[in-house]
Design a protein around this ligand. Structure first.
Ligand code: ATP
Length: 500
């Protein structure tokens, strides 16, 4: 759409193009921020166009209404032009019922039991402003969201909003992967409303979209605005195989050593909220090297792309163009085009993850965990490490921009990050490295290494222990594990990149 002019009864003309409505030099409205537009026919002489939008003001989304009086014909045209620009696009799973209906799953116990209040105080009104019909379900037990995702009627909803931490998001992906019609089910848009303690996915989506989010004060409203005016982005899924636990899906990280130790061992301080992580970190770091000094063999297929390697050092607040021209672009999620899909479910995740699926560009590279790696494509190292993590998201939590260069929709690449014990000068160095993750300054430490990989196996040696966690879920201590991409992506709700 080129620029169009409209002439109000008073004041200068209004200019509207594809992205912005300029009411006067001081007042502009971004089309992507508009949730609703109404037309009031006041009389023969004039009509009013009322625009409800949520602009960013001081890095928060604020509800604003603007009314413009125009001649009736002019008002009708402006109203129609705006309505057309904000019209709801059919989600890629192509539901038969194209109404604006969402299922909202709330874990009433996540985030120190605040998810329910956050929904009521911050999100519900935004979705209602956007004229969405929301059916809210509260989970009653662990695994409840797996069941919901396994059985949800794909034709009834335009998406699922998951109001919780990353644990419940993982359950939803698990449920979708267990469906035999998952080729279509994985196109059902999933929005993460950050109602939990760790909201890594919501943060990574905001970061990718250049949306503002405040780890400290929460960003439920910002995520709700995103859900009310959604764009759909692919999120690459991965397969983690862990000794004793078998194959499980992964969308964020498999951590071993320090970070997993802090996360899992700090459960005993759950009453302290987020501070529990700090208490545990201090205890562990004070006891180094009797804690968190682990021996391992690491086998990986490196990605020798210089541009990619350079990017891994960029912090979250780096100027966005430094990440590369196309870094924040993404391929739109292709619409599901198949007609019929098999019904029912796989009997286990092991079966689901080994079953062939949609056409893929990511052929398996790893043999099963109990078989040796013989391919010469692998680099093999042995050493002592404080931790070794395999991550695929930019954030490990909303306040942890761990690897800002990670993209949501990378084909089959993820990142091996290591703290090599032999490069540490003093245990205080680990302490300072950990507390600087919130500004991504851990990337400046020589002992912190980042290696882009296409497959990786980590084998703890000499019974050295160290917690292993997949997407935050504990999987035992000192277990061997390996990760590679799945030939499948889920669909997440994001927004068009915010221009600043
Ligand atoms: N009603 C419920 N009662 C008990 N546990 C539940 C319930 N609903 C969901 N869960 C479980 O709670 C786990 C943690 O949920 P979630 O990640 O949403 O919250 P969180 O507070 O962010 O947790 P974390 O502190 O681990 O990040 C999920 O793995 C899920 O299985």
């Amino acid at each position: 759409m080129g620029s169009r002019s409209f002439f109000p009864l008073k004041g200068p003309s209004i200019e509207m193009d594809k992205t912005v409505i300029t009411i006067n030099p001081q007042t502009t409205i971004r089309v992507a921020d508009i949730l609703r537009v109404d037309l009031d026919k006041d009389g023969k002489e004039s009509s009013t166009v009322r625009i409800l939008h949520y602009p960013l003001i001081k890095e928060r989304r604020s509800r604003k209404e603007v009314s413009i009086d125009l001649a009736p014909e002019e008002a009708k045209e402006l109203h129609e032009a705006i309505k057309k620009s904000i019209s709801f696009k059919r989600p890629p799973h192509r539901p038969r019922n194209s109404s604006k209906r969402l299922l909202v799953i709330v874990n009433p116990f996540s985030g120190q039991q605040k998810a329910r209040d956050l929904w009521r105080d911050e999100a519900e009104r935004v979705l209602s402003d956007g004229q969405w019909l929301c059916e809210v379900v509260e989970t009653t037990h662990p695994g409840h969201a797996v069941e919901i995702a396994k059985t949800i009627d794909l034709d009834k909803y335009a998406g699922i909003l998951v109001n919780s931490g990353d644990g419940l998001v993982s359950e939803v992906f698990t449920g979708l992967l267990l469906r035999r019609d998952r080729e279509r089910a994985l196109k059902l848009p999933i929005g993460h409303l950050p109602g939990g303690t760790s909201n890594a996915l919501a943060a990574a989506i905001c970061f990718a979209s250049n949306e503002s989010f405040s780890p400290r004060y929460g960003f439920m409203r910002e995520a709700a605005v995103m859900a009310a005016r959604p764009t759909y982005r692919p999120l690459r899924l991965f397969k983690a195989e862990v000794e004793g636990s078998g194959r499980v899906p992964m969308f964020m990280s498999t951590t071993w050593g320090l970070i997993a130790d802090i996360d899992i061992e700090s459960e005993r301080f759950r009453w302290a909220g987020m501070i529990r992580l700090h208490i545990e970190a201090i205890l562990i770091i004070a006891q180094l090297p009797t804690t968190c000094k682990y021996r391992a063999r690491i086998s990986y297929i490196p990605v020798g792309d210089k541009e990619l390697i350079r990017k891994t050092m960029l912090k979250y607040n780096a100027v966005r163009h430094l990440f590369g021209k196309k870094h924040f672009n993404f391929e739109p999620v292709e619409e599901y085009t198949g007609e019929s899909q098999p019904s029912g479910h796989y009997s286990s995740m092991a079966e689901a993850l080994s079953a062939s699926s949609a056409p893929c560009s990511t052929a398996p590279k790893l043999p099963p965990l109990d078989q040796p790696i013989t391919s010469s494509a692998f680099t093999v190292v042995e050493g002592e490490y404080v931790m070794a993590n395999l991550t695929s998201l930019s954030h490990l939590g909303s306040d942890l921009p761990y690897l800002p260069s990670s993209k949501l929709d990378e084909d089959d690449i993820f990142f091996l990050t290591l703290i090599d014990w032999s490069l540490i000068k003093h245990r205080l160095q680990i302490g300072t490295l950990m507390i600087t993750i919130d500004g991504s300054r851990h990337l400046d430490y020589a002992c912190f290494q980042v290696i882009p990989v296409r497959a990786c196996r980590i084998e703890p040696l000499d019974g050295c222990g160290g917690n292993v966690a997949v997407d935050g879920e504990p999987k035992g201590k000192g277990k061997a594990f390996q990760v590679e991409a799945l030939p499948m992506s889920a669909t997440v709700i994001a927004r068009e990149e915010v221009k600043r």
